[in-house]
Ligand binder design. Structure first.
Ligand SMILES: [Zn+2]
Ligand SMILES: [Zn+2]
Length: 204
């Protein structure tokens, strides 16, 4: 197993290495998402939601780099002069939570269900993902200076995250390491506790 992504290796081999390198994290992360599906009596929709939200999040981050009006906000986070200021950090917490993490899909999902009677996504799984994504980016990435993300700040056309989406879409930087996600096991467990609280108290 190699912890490096190499463009000249096959897609299968790169994906295999990517998953294997973080197998503990992926196991916990997906198990917790599926558990939230079971907890909310909505297993199948929960399973579909976690896959769709991961894909959505990758493209939402890419859109934040060049599609108006999203690029107005995320651009601040990539501006080295301002991005350490308190207001820039708060702005990026909101951008992550609402847009890239997917919370903005919850009102759309509720509206669609009321309007057509068709429920598309599990809102609790969206909340779970958004909490993991936002804390992972704003705390783990920035305080631990994770190489994958340092490289995204140096070259904004690569390493959008999650790693396997970058591998699939050809945006993973050649010769860069797969991201060490082990600390995000904590984020996944903490997010699960928050979602369980929100669900049992009927807050959503
Ligand atoms: Zn970015
Ligand atoms: Zn960042």
């Amino acid at each position: 197993m190699s912890k490096y992504f190499k463009k000249n290796r096959s897609l299968f081999k790169n994906l295999f290495n990517c998953i294997k390198y973080n197998v503990n994290f992926y196991f916990i992360f997906f198990t917790m998402a599926l558990y939230i599906g079971v907890l909310t009596g909505d297993f199948m929709r929960g399973a579909v939601t976690i896959v769709l939200i991961l894909v959505f999040s990758y493209f939402s981050h890419r859109a934040s780099h060049h599609i108006f009006p999203y690029n107005l906000f995320h651009k601040v986070h990539h501006d080295d002069k301002n991005n350490k200021k308190w207001w820039a950090r708060i702005l990026e917490w909101f951008v992550n939570f609402l847009q890239i993490g997917g919370i903005m899909l919850i009102p759309l999902n509720i509206f669609l269900e009321k309007w057509s009677g068709m429920k598309l996504l599990n809102n609790y799984v969206i909340l779970y993902y958004s909490l993991v994504y936002t804390t992972h980016h704003m705390i783990n990435y920035h305080y631990m200076k994770i190489d994958t993300h340092v490289r995204h700040h140096e070259d904004e056309t690569t390493n959008f995250g999650p790693d396997y989406m970058d591998v699939l879409m050809g945006t993973k930087q050649d010769n860069s390491t797969f991201e060490d996600m082990r600390w995000s096991i904590m984020n996944s467990l903490a997010a699960t506790v928050i979602v369980m609280t929100v669900y049992t108290r009927n807050l959503l």
